[in-house]
Design a protein around this ligand. Structure first.
Ligand SMILES: [Zn+2]
Length: 310
């Protein structure tokens, strides 16, 4: 029993049981009562992850591949899923499906391990954009005609005590259980709650567990986004055009100015006119004086032009 893992590190974009009524996101209700209800389902019957085409997709648990290929419109379970994989996990009595893949990297009959890369994500089959749909059915006793099309909620398996990453989070740092009843906690996690505060899912039911899972995935995403923004800001600052107010002509940027100061420091030092620390002090003073009257124009902020620095 090695437990479960997530099929990708991408964020959850549609949780189990989610419903939506605006097909194209234009703010107009296309399906009063919800899209899934309009086709006889009770809601989204799996978990969607915001993958791009080509992201690695991992098996969520040890198992045996029972199908890998194009499910077309003929496969009893996977029909409409495009390039798809079905894996049985006998230890847990369930099977998992991975839909809309760009390619499959395993074959029917293969034994796979938890976390093994089995496919690349894509947008094949009934998908309007690239994403990974992860679904779960029992191995026996599922009913493809029910209002989930035979699927069960994978959330407790992927984000519960069967996933070592999340099982650790359910206890305190010292390994102590953080509440009197872990079972009560688990129950609260799965109580239906309603989203409020705007956004496309406003008013839609979900669970704390789904929200936490989504948040966890988004933290990673946000961290990467912040790193990108900081790098872009530094680059923008260094390449911002500046002009000298004291009569000197032409524009330059901070990066060129720093390079110029650096080059001239070396030149003075080589001539040995002054000792290095005096040169440094002189250049420093010159730089201070030059910067004192400098006018900075933020080229990427048209409304904030020509603000005096210092
Ligand atoms: Zn889906």
């Amino acid at each position: 029993m090695t437990g479960f893992t997530l099929p990708t590190s991408r964020p959850v974009t549609q949780a189990w049981g989610a419903e939506f009524d605006d097909w194209d996101g234009d703010g107009v209700v296309d399906y009063p009562g919800g899209f899934y209800h309009s086709i006889g389902w009770d809601g989204h019957n799996g978990i969607d992850y915001g993958c791009f085409v080509g992201d690695p997709v991992e098996a969520v648990a040890d198992g045996v591949v029972t199908f890998a290929g194009d499910a077309g419109n003929w496969h009893a379970i996977l029909s409409g899923g495009g390039n798809a994989i079905l894996i049985e996990h006998p230890e847990y009595g369930v099977q998992t499906e991975y839909l809309h893949l760009s390619e499959w990297l395993v074959q029917a009959g293969d034994t796979v391990r938890r976390g093994q890369v089995i496919a690349r994500s894509g947008k094949t089959g009934a998908a309007t954009a690239a994403h990974l749909h992860l679904g779960m059915l029992k191995i026996r006793g599922y009913n493809l005609a029910d209002r989930w099309r035979g699927r069960i909620d994978p959330t407790p398996y992927l984000y519960g005590s069967l996933n070592p990453d999340y099982a650790a989070a359910a206890v305190g740092p010292q390994g102590t259980i953080t509440s009197q009843s872990e079972e009560d906690d688990m129950g609260i996690l799965d109580e239906p709650i309603t989203r409020e505060g705007g956004g496309p899912l406003n008013g839609k039911p979900t669970t704390l567990r789904a929200v936490v899972a989504n948040f966890d995935a988004n933290v990673h995403y946000t961290r990467e986004a912040i790193k990108g923004t900081v790098a872009a800001t530094v680059t923008a600052l260094l390449t911002t055009k500046i002009s000298r107010a004291g009569g000197a002509t032409g524009q330059t940027d901070l990066l060129s100015t720093l390079a110029y100061l650096d080059a001239n420091l070396d030149k003075l030092d080589a001539k040995q006119i002054l000792d290095p620390s005096a040169v440094q002090a002189a250049v420093s003073a010159a730089a201070d004086a030059a910067l004192k009257d400098i006018t900075i124009t933020l080229s990427n902020a048209p409304g904030a032009a020509a603000e005096g620095a210092k």
